[in-house]
Design a binder for this molecule. Structure first.
Ligand SMILES: [Zn+2]
Length: 485
């Protein structure tokens, strides 16, 4: 039977002490050991003052032969991680006194691995010292570089260093390329294009342009050690003239601001009226455009509809003389503005499957809450809710979904009157696509005819056939053909 001591250490406010003691008691009982002394260390922050005397006491006890083993639940209860010297000293002292440490969760600790652990500690300590030494050595090296006014730091493309350590000289490997890059950027060539030409990334081109030593001949080198930044100038041979450097950098700066905004591409002439480009030329089949604006003398023109030719050859055919635009515009506008045909939208007109889906989703949510709750009252309530919801799901009379065009509540006239030029052009184009809309000669006059060529003349009320005028975006209206003059 061995005599042992146990040490527990817990943070303030933690319930951990009792559980550590339990583990230690069970472990000792299992091995037939007797715990003759307890060290209870409370409060992690107090450990500085409290732990070390306790360990010294344990070492003295062990040396006296009061007990031979110090039990802890894990070795971290023993360590003072922040002070490796003290840690190693304590472990070695317990060992030297002829004692042993038993860390319950680490069976190897304090036994076969004990020596190894001390070695590890010493190694860790040495590593910490080494990294400090490396930093100091680097600092001394950089200070030598500074004293030599040598290069230190990153360089852009086409720049390299040569020379001995601590006295490296930066130099431009290809001044021609650098000058060319500056010229290209200053001339407005895109970074991507310049980068392609020199097999660089656009960002690397930027770095070349921004490298001030390219024109100043002075590189500002810096090094920060222990929060103090040292700077020193390193002289290089300049590559570009200052005006060129400024021009290229100005382009970069400008590109960063307004040049980056999306301007919407090339400018596009806006049609003067929704009628422009809708009707076909009765002579050549080209598009008819509204011709408005001012005469060379500055007087407003009478708007005319004239042949504008075809998409690729925008030349008037010369056979269609052109007509006054206003009567045509008025006829079409009236036709739409007074139309009380309801606008329809493709939508669900019957079916309730979505309601059943919602019920199923609610049921799943309820199920999740049921498995999570620990409150009895809430549990009762959730069970009741679940029962009623299940009943609703089971009794659900499913009506299959059916989609069709159904009124949106808006009429064609309302849509026309509320719409801008784009909306109106879309409506006229939709009617033309489904019904036909053309200029026709009728009794020596040009009239707008709604309907296909066969139907046009003399068909006041159409043929009674219903057509769907597809307005796009899922909207449409049903219309009967008629002709208007
Ligand atoms: Zn024409």
């Amino acid at each position: 039977m061995t005599l042992e001591a146990a040490m527990v250490r817990v943070s303030t406010g933690s319930q951990d002490a009792a559980s550590q003691e339990k583990v230690i008691v069970a472990d000792a009982a299992e091995r037939g050991a007797t715990i003759v002394k307890w060290f209870r260390l409370h409060g992690y922050s107090a450990s500085h003052g409290e732990q070390e005397p306790a360990l010294r006491e344990a070492i003295a006890d062990i040396a006296r032969g009061d007990y031979s083993v110090l039990i802890v639940t894990e070795s971290s209860r023993l360590d003072r991680r922040e002070d490796l010297d003290a840690q190693a000293e304590i472990l070695l002292a317990i060992r030297a006194a002829g004692g042993d440490i038993r860390a319950i969760s680490e069976p190897q600790f304090g036994r076969t691995d004990f020596a190894g652990r001390v070695v590890t500690l010493v190694t860790q300590h040495a590593n910490a010292e080494k990294s400090k030494t490396v930093k100091n050595t680097t600092y001394r090296g950089v200070m030598m570089i500074r004293d030599n006014r040598a290069h230190h730091g990153p360089l852009p493309a086409f720049w390299e260093t040569r020379g001995e350590r601590y006295s490296k000289q930066a130099w431009c490997t290809d001044p021609m390329a650098v000058v060319d890059i500056f010229e290209r950027v200053a001339g407005g060539e895109s970074l991507a294009s310049v980068a392609r030409a020199y097999d660089l990334y656009p960002a690397s081109v930027k770095n070349v342009i921004r490298f001030e030593a390219n024109h100043t001949g002075i590189e500002e080198c810096s090094y920060t050690h222990a929060g103090v930044t040292e700077t020193w100038p390193h002289e290089v041979a300049p590559v570009v003239s200052s005006p060129l450097w400024w021009r290229a950098n100005k382009v970069l700066a400008a590109n960063k601001t307004d040049g980056r905004g999306n301007k919407g591409g090339r400018p596009v002439a806006r049609p003067a009226n929704w009628i422009s480009g809708i009707l076909d030329c009765p002579a050549c089949g080209g598009k008819i455009f509204m011709n408005a604006g001012l005469t060379p003398a500055g007087n407003p023109r009478t708007p005319k509809l004239r042949c504008g030719g075809h998409a690729k050859r925008r030349l008037a055919c010369g056979s269609f003389p052109g007509i006054d635009a206003q009567p045509v515009v008025d006829v079409i506008a009236d036709r739409f503005a007074e139309d009380d045909t309801p606008v329809l939208a493709f939508q669900r007109v019957a079916g309730n499957a979505h309601e059943l889906d919602a019920l199923h989703a609610d049921l799943r949510k309820l199920q999740a809450r049921l498995s999570a709750t620990e409150d009895d009252d809430e549990l009762d309530e959730l069970v009741a809710q679940r029962r009623s919801m299940k009943a609703r799901v089971e009794g659900f009379a499913l009506v299959p979904d059916r989609y069709d065009y159904a009124p949106t509540g808006q009429t064609v006239g309302q849509m026309w009157n509320a719409g801008n030029d784009a909306v109106r052009r879309g409506m006229v184009r939709a009617v033309k696509a489904s019904w036909g809309l053309s200029l026709t000669s009728h009794e020596a006059q040009w009239v707008v005819a709604l309907g296909t060529a066969d139907d046009v003349i003399g068909l006041d009320d159409g043929d009674g056939r219903e057509r769907i005028v597809d307005l796009g975006n899922g909207l449409c209206f049903r219309s009967e053909g008629r002709s208007q003059e």
